[in-house]
Design a protein around this ligand. Structure first.
Ligand code: ADP
Ligand code: 5GP
Length: 206
């Protein structure tokens, strides 16, 4: 069976990538990888749904056991993608979405060269600040650190395959879905079938 598409979705904190991803998974049949983090849960976040919330010691043990396909530090906390779920779903032919920051995205790109990398941008700098403050989940100090981090993350955008400007949420969701759908039809994804069909045709030629 053809392997599923691995899609990496990154974007500045507050750009709306989490919202896009939730809606993509609501509307379509994608497997969403749940990350592990040492960050404290926000109001309303659920263990095993939003994240697996770990202590730093637990996180470091998982690194030592090669339990992550990638991990990184972001504004004082560890974040990582558990290996088992992603590999199981891809092998079963399911498309998997990872919502991760750029350092992790670069590690994924190296290990999975066929992964599709999408960077989500807000429509403007002002709107990014509005969304970050409007979410009401972070202190002013954390918001400042995240804005600073956004300006550093901009350097990675060149390494991504696609940019989605998240102005209208519905349009962004459809754009992400269309990108993954077309990745399914890449030549490399059909290598086995191409080989089989072409050799069948060769045999038929007298
Ligand atoms: P991220 O996961 O990138 O940090 P979130 O998904 O938490 O960002 O979104 C940040 C805030 O912006 C949230 O309050 C969310 O409801 C809002 N938001 C997301 N997408 C849009 C959009 N297209 N238009 C307006 N507000 C949005
Ligand atoms: P937040 O604290 O807002 O949930 O996430 C902060 C940043 O960490 C976001 O850019 C988010 O995409 C990223 N992130 C979430 N999970 C992972 C992960 O498993 N690995 C990496 N490298 N980044 C992650």
């Amino acid at each position: 069976m053809a392997k599923g598409v691995l899609c990496v979705l990154s974007g500045f904190s507050g750009s709306g990538k989490g919202t896009i991803m939730k809606e993509v998974v609501n509307r379509y049949d994608y497997a969403l990888s749940v990350s592990a983090t040492t960050r404290k849960p926000r109001e309303g976040e659920q263990e095993g749904v939003s994240y697996f919330f770990l202590t730093t010691d637990e996180f470091k043990s998982m690194i030592a056991e090669n339990g992550f396909i990638e991990w990184a530090q972001y504004v004082g906390n560890y974040y990582g993608t558990p290996r088992a779920y992603v590999e199981e779903k891809l092998s079963a032919g399911k498309d998997v979405i990872l919502e991760i920051e750029p350092q992790g995205a670069m590690q994924v790109k190296e290990q999975y060269p066929d992964a599709v990398l999408i960077f989500v941008l807000p429509p403007s700098g002002e709107e990014l600040y509005r969304r970050l403050t409007g979410r009401g989940t972070e202190t002013e100090e954390v918001i400042r650190s995240r804005m600073k981090r956004a300006s550093e993350e901009a350097a990675y955008i060149d390494q991504y395959d696609y940019v989605v400007i998240n102005d209208d949420l519905g349009e962004s969701v459809e754009a992400v879905h269309a990108i993954i759908r077309s990745a399914r039809e890449r030549r490399s994804a059909h290598a086995e079938a191409t080989e089989r069909i072409c050799s069948e045709i060769k045999i038929m030629v007298p």
